[in-house]
Ligand binder design. Sequence first.
Ligand code: ZN
Length: 67
Amino acid sequence: MKCLVCGEELEVNICHGKKGRTAIMLSCRGDGRHFRAFINEPTVVEGMSELSLPLEQALALWRKRSE
Ligand SMILES: [Zn+2]
């Protein structure tokens, strides 16, 4: 996925919020002020943080489970 402002590829990170919540953060590689988004879907978060899957595979896992 690309930044909506400059077209740079987005960086994908696991972030730990308050109350021990984990989320996937997508942000612009060039400038974090451009674009920032979060995925809080539990299956996707688990796939990336606990199973160490890349984002694409974590999303595939969610699709498989929600069928
Ligand atoms: Zn950007």
